[in-house]
Design a protein around this ligand. Structure first.
Ligand code: F3S
Length: 398
């Protein structure tokens, strides 16, 4: 990879230990993927924040980098292993909380904005169309590439952090125009009626696209929440973190449908629900907010749960960015949800919190949430917001 004079100085350690380490990571990546140069990035989103996944070795790595590492661009974090304020209320142990706080302290010393969310685009880390960025979280990467039209590969935690310290990333993969061309046409001949249908659609397309870039036709309307749900699902179940929806996503008009094609019908969606939903009647955790809830979703939850009571056998979590909850506080939604027995899970999510062994069954609106909760040994149920709230209130899936 061709380096500029400044990049060579960085590699030689003239700008400190963290920058030198970062250059080594970026150059190794660039060599593996055949990048010719580094390109500047407008923002970074770092995954690998939960102490549950990092462990002591990860914490030590971060502490080492934080001695002289300072980010050069706007950098935010993916969800942590707990709500940074209300961890006790969510049943997190003091030992875990202590370690998680040390992780966050290390990121803070690096100059990172410690908002922990997979929807950074809802809280101010909003890239421009065509901007190069280095983001990690798969649903956010897919949203940035497809819905915003920014350009990012799916970074690992260390490579994202390296990009933040250097302000650059190797120019390969989805940073290059030629790698952003759709190569599978997906015609959707099914009606999407509720939010979870977008998760089911993502499941179907992810499976059929098999690491290709889908060009989707047959969808005539989509709001932000539906697109973010689809982004999370389609990349979890198989496609590249980039898609085009004709007439909806920004760069779709630059392409035409590829020759190779598949069709998604009502029966495919029905099959997706059958695959995602396990046998389970009793529900002990209901979680909405994968990806993290928007204020509009929280408003809907508040409207549906007002005057009801969460079952004594069930926990009901609303996962969102802390900033979004602050907005919910101001608008009175928090009070309604908490009065009903619901809990806010800010800064965290059901996939990265240490939940294994605590819950047997999950109800959610999210196909991605089901995928990861199965890895936590939970039986999963996916349905509409109404069905999830019904499960929270009755403790049953009906
Ligand atoms: Fe976000 Fe966690 Fe879902 S990171 S997309 S809430 S699995």
């Amino acid at each position: 990879m061709k380096l500029t004079e400044q990049e060579t100085r960085m590699l030689n350690g003239e700008e400190g230990h963290a920058v030198r380490k970062s250059m080594e990571i970026l150059i190794a990546l660039g060599d593996i993927y055949g990048a010719e140069k580094l390109i500047g990035v407008g923002s970074v989103q770092v995954a690998g924040v939960s102490y549950h996944n990092l462990g002591d070795a990860g914490l030590e790595f971060l502490n080492e980098l934080s001695k002289d590492g300072k980010v050069r661009v706007l950098t935010t974090l993916n969800p942590a292993g707990m709500d940074l304020e209300n961890w006790k209320q969510l049943g997190i142990s003091p030992d875990f909380a202590e370690k998680q706080n040390l992780v966050i302290d290390a990121f803070r010393r690096m100059g990172i904005i410690t908002s922990c969310t997979c929807t950074p685009y809802l809280i101010g880390n909003l890239p421009r169309y065509g901007e190069h960025i280095a983001w990690s979280e798969s649903s956010a990467v897919t949203f940035a590439n497809s819905v915003i039209g920014a350009k990012t590969n799916r970074e690992g935690g260390p490579s994202a952090l390296a990009a933040a310290f250097v302000g650059k990333t190797p120019c390969y993969g989805l940073h290059l125009k030629e790698n952003r061309v759709p190569n599978i046409h997906v015609q959707v001949d099914a009606t999407l009626k509720k939010l979870s249908d977008w998760g089911a659609l993502g499941y179907c397309i992810g499976k059929k696209a098999e690491n290709k870039i889908p060009y989707i036709t047959g969808i005539h309307d989509a709001d932000l929440d539906e697109l973010k749900s689809f982004c999370a699902s389609v990349v979890t179940y198989g496609s590249k973190p980039l898609f085009y929806i004709q007439g909806i996503t920004p760069a779709a008009e630059l392409h035409s449908p590829p020759g190779e094609g598949v069709t998604i019908e009502e029966t495919d969606l029905k099959d997706a629900y059958e695959e995602i939903n396990d046998e389970a009647e009793d529900i002990d955790l209901v979680c909405i907010g994968c990806p993290h809830c928007s204020i509009k979703e929280i408003a809907e939850i508040a409207t549906l749960i007002e005057g009801k009571k969460v079952s004594a056998n069930t926990e009901f979590w609303v996962a969102c960015a802390r900033t979004t909850k602050q907005l919910a506080d101001q608008r009175g939604y928090t009070m309604i949800i908490e009065r009903a027995g619901g809990k806010f899970a800010c800064d965290t999510c059901m996939a990265v919190a240490p939940l294994k062994g605590r819950f047997k069954s999950l109800a959610t609106t999210s196909a991605k949430g089901c995928f990861y909760s199965r890895q936590n040994n939970m039986a999963t149920k996916m349905g509409s917001v109404e069905e999830c709230i019904e499960a929270a209130v009755t403790g049953k899936w009906s």
